[in-house]
Design a protein around this ligand. Structure first.
Ligand SMILES: C[S@@+](CC[C@H](N)C(=O)[O-])C[C@H]1O[C@@H](n2cnc3c(N)ncnc32)[C@H](O)[C@@H]1O
Length: 361
């Protein structure tokens, strides 16, 4: 597992002397691999985390409003109280397992028998072979029996990992590879149960924390409109919204179905959930209004918090437009930038700029 504290790496050199090694980008922060997540900030932690920690005292509450893979919150777990949110159920599951869970929990290996269920009926010979679907159905049934909320979330996190490892796709669930694709034969041979058990063992090393963290699953409007946390105590809000027209619910719908353990109606060749969430940040005509409403709500609900927004140079908005919207309610707005090669999960990577917009009263 990639789980390291913010401390010097030591390697043996020559006659047993130890020297500081040069660490790759992001390795100085705690991180944990579960899935390749579109737009995740795992490789930008050195750009983002120093900015965040300069704005909030140790122990104070940080709200990560659209936490996705939880990479940013996980890197802060030893230092701050964390409230994480995302509208997608798989992200909430990761939030429970990696962020709200404050103990190192060992997981008993789950023994399962392949079972015929919803995944087998709905997805056999698409994203997975029929046998792999039976493995998922068997694991889903066994995990459902687990009553401890954090153990259950850890098992589901291991299942998310195993599904992403064995998927016959270009790297996400927006489409599956055709049966005659050269990689399919090899992918169909991968054991989900083996990957699941290996990840369960690794997840026993989740970073513990002395803080009372919370993981929420909500559209940001409903979250900030509700009283589920004392929002006026938040010291810093980090926001990493979708930048482009790509809806996350299209790319990860199968993970939601695994986590929710339900049997949704599906549509289109790709068998998306009919009830999938569509974010206003992904529509050119709605994105401005969405940011305007968001900045206004934040100043009303979390009046003393600084706000940091991640955004990319290929986003639906120009960074200057975003700064103008923030400037309508925050008197101090600054932009920081870094050149970066963005992963677009199969659609090619190219040089882009990654921005941090910092807004303060
Ligand atoms: C760029 S990703 C966040 C990546 C994350 N920072 C990471 O490092 O993995 C954007 C996230 O915003 C979430 N999202 C989109 N619209 C939302 C909304 N209205 N309310 C809450 N979350 C939303 C998506 O589900 C997605 O996980």
């Amino acid at each position: 597992m990639e789980a390291r504290g913010e401390r010097g790496l030591k390697t043996a050199a020559g006659g047993g002397e130890t020297v500081k090694a040069t660490r790759p980008e992001a390795d100085i922060y705690d991180r944990i691999h579960v899935l390749r997540y579109m737009g995740n900030k795992k490789n930008l932690l050195r750009f983002i985390i120093p900015e965040l920690v300069s704005l909030v005292k140790p122990g104070e509450a940080v709200l990560d409003l659209m936490a996705g893979s939880q990479a940013v919150a996980y890197a802060l777990k030893r230092r701050n109280t964390l409230w994480v949110n995302d509208v997608e159920p798989y992200s909430h599951c990761l939030g429970l397992a990696l962020i709200e869970n404050n103990r190192a929990l060992s997981l008993e290996p789950l023994t399962t028998a392949p079972t015929e269920g919803y995944f087998t009926r709905t997805y056999a010979d698409t994203y997975f072979s029929a046998e792999q679907c039976r493995e998922i159905d068997g694991l889903r049934g066994r995990i459902e029996e687990c009553r401890d909320v954090y153990r259950r979330a850890l098992y589901l996190t291991a299942l998310i990992y195993a599904m992403c490892y064995a998927q016959s796709t270009p790297g996400h669930f927006a489409q599956f590879l055709p049966p005659d694709h050269p990689r399919v034969r090899c992918l169909r041979g991968l054991s989900l149960s083996g990957a699941f058990l290996a990840k369960c063992a690794e997840l026993a090393g989740v970073v513990p924390t002395p803080f009372r963290n919370r993981a929420f699953r909500s559209d940001w409007r409903n979250l900030l409109g509700g009283a589920c946390a004392p929002w006026d105590r938040v010291g810093l809000i980090y926001i990493d919204p979708p930048y482009s027209g790509e809806q996350y619910s299209r790319f990860y719908h199968l993970l939601n179905t695994a986590v929710l353990n339900d049997e949704p109606d599906v549509q289109h060749l790709a068998r998306y959930r009919k009830d999938r969430f569509k974010s206003a940040f992904c529509y050119p005509r709605r994105v401005r209004g969405e940011f305007r409403d968001l900045f206004q709500s934040l100043t009303a609900v979390c009046p003393r918090a600084a706000v940091v927004v991640s955004y990319g140079s290929r986003g639906l908005l120009e960074i200057e437009e975003l700064a103008e919207l923030a400037g309508e309610v925050y008197p101090r707005v600054e932009i920081k930038e870094k050149a970066y090669t963005h992963s677009t999960l199969g659609k090619g990577a190219g040089p882009v700029k990654e921005y941090l917009l910092v807004a303060r009263r």
